[in-house]
Design a protein around this ligand. Structure first.
Ligand SMILES: NC(=O)c1ccc[n+]([C@@H]2O[C@H](COP(=O)([O-])OP(=O)(O)OC[C@H]3O[C@@H](n4cnc5c(N)ncnc54)[C@H](O)[C@@H]3O)[C@@H](O)[C@H]2O)c1
Length: 267
């Protein structure tokens, strides 16, 4: 069980969407929150609204994430919970992706989480009470779909990182633990992800509002609901924090294909 009340949490990608929902819920449950984001104006406004401490960060740059850790320690003296949540979700078919597209997606979605774990794990391990890391992946970590190739590659990476980290921490009897957050459809600004792309090359990636198409019929959550799922997962030390348990058949379909292939090659 990881406590939340009185603890200090760092949430990346906290200016908007799921990160803001998680931060809001952490504060409601008595945590101090360092809200970190690349978008300074949105960050200032969101931090003011919820009563968090804002720090501008670009998670794709290791030195920026190290500076975030320094700023959090300077303000609160300790960090106990880290939510590596910043991410982008534009689409493109694999044949249409430029190498710059791949690099940006991997730098933000995968390296961003790696930088967070690298900077904060030693800090959490230094706490007498340990701590908790939550890494935001996606249902695309379990069920990759056409058009989401680069996204799924990064989210599979986040899943592998989190599962191995959790297993190693358990093996060591550590007081630090890790949870994988795998959201389904949540109403956020992810449909405008290219707003945060720094280079001028647009490549093949494009923003799309899947909430306007077929996917509009799916169950869409508000970010605060995800925040409540995340704090429950932290308190219970769950391996996975899931927003759409009814999507299991989609995951099972892939697992069944893998299982059938194992059977086929056993002959
Ligand atoms: N919305 C969904 O349906 C959904 C589903 C599955 C997973 N996710 C994941 O949830 C996470 C949050 O996304 P969201 O949907 O809330 O989108 P969002 O666009 O509302 O929020 C993402 C935040 O990350 C910030 N950000 C982007 N690049 C950054 C960088 N380099 N450094 C620091 N901050 C950066 C953005 O400024 C923004 O505030 C992402 O990892 C995303 O992949 C979202």
């Amino acid at each position: 069980m990881s406590a939340i009340e009185g603890r200090t949490a760092v949430v990346t990608g906290g200016a908007s969407g799921i990160g803001l929902g998680i931060a809001r819920q952490l504060i409601a449950e008595g945590a101090h929150v360092v809200l970190a984001d690349i978008q300074e104006a949105a960050l200032t406004a969101s931090a003011q609204e919820i009563g968090a401490f804002p720090v501008v960060v670009d998670v794709s740059r290791p030195e920026s994430v190290a500076a975030l850790a320094d700023a959090a320690l300077a303000e609160f003296g300790a960090v106990h919970i880290v939510v590596n949540n910043a991410g982008v979700g534009p689409m493109a078919r694999i044949a249409d992706l430029s190498l710059a597209d791949w690099r940006w997606m991997i730098d933000v979605n995968l390296n961003g989480v790696i930088h967070g774990v690298h900077a904060f794990l030693p800090i959490l391990q230094g706490n007498e009470t340990g701590g908790h890391i939550v890494n935001t992946a996606s249902m695309a970590s379990f069920s990759p779909l056409p058009g989401l190739g680069a996204y799924a590659v990064t989210k599979f990476g986040v899943a592998a990182l989190t599962e191995v980290l959790r297993a190693e921490l358990k093996e060591e009897g550590s007081k630090v633990s890790a949870t994988l957050l795998a959201p389904g459809t949540v109403r956020t600004n992810i449909k405008e992800s290219l707003r945060n792309r720094p280079d001028s090359e647009k490549g093949g990636l494009f923003d799309t509002d899947i909430g306007m198409g077929e996917a509009a019929k799916l169950r869409w959550l508000e970010p605060l609901e995800v925040g409540k799922i995340v704090t429950r997962a932290i308190r219970n030390d769950d391996a996975y924090a899931l927003t759409h348990p009814e999507w299991w058949p989609m995951v099972e379909e892939r697992n069944q294909l893998i299982k059938a292939s194992f059977a086929k090659y056993a002959d």
